[in-house]
Design a protein around this ligand. Structure first.
Ligand code: FES
Length: 134
């Protein structure tokens, strides 16, 4: 009886502790980052619009600016990691969390962001848009 009771407690403890340990230890293989990502057709992105994509684990914002054409930058604010957004009315990239602002090259121009956004390459091949690491 004592063996059965002790084994049951040990089993219950193992069932609670094992998932917690698995959650806390990161996987050995990091998530694969793609070299290039197809994001859609050129006609899907009219001038003045933007869209955020996942490039592996990195959010990337693709912007079709009326003045600068297609450009892609990391969409994670360099201040406290909020997602940024393209503001066509401001002609800038804006972070709503603390009113941070970046120009269309990704340079931080006002507010608390300490560094520029990371640029990504944009290629258009037969009207298909691709994003790649620089
Ligand atoms: S997180 Fe973007 S300005 Fe603070």
């Amino acid at each position: 009886m004592r063996i059965l009771f002790g084994g049951g407690i040990a089993g219950a403890l193992a069932a609670m502790i094992y998932p917690a340990i698995k959650f806390l230890i990161p996987p050995e293989e990091p998530e694969a980052e793609p070299d290039i990502l197809k994001v859609g057709r050129k006609e899907d992105f009219p001038a003045g619009t933007s869209k955020i994509f996942k490039f592996g684990r990195t959010p990337v914002i693709l912007i079709h600016s009326k003045a600068s054409g297609l450009l892609a930058l990391s969409a994670t604010c360099t201040h406290l990691d909020c997602l940024v957004q393209y503001r066509d009315d401001m002609g800038a990239i804006w972070c709503a969390c603390h009113n941070g602002k970046y120009d269309l090259s990704g340079k931080n121009i006002s507010g608390p962001p300490p560094r520029p956004l990371t640029p990504f390459a944009v290629k258009v091949i037969r009207d298909e848009i691709f994003i790649a690491k620089v």
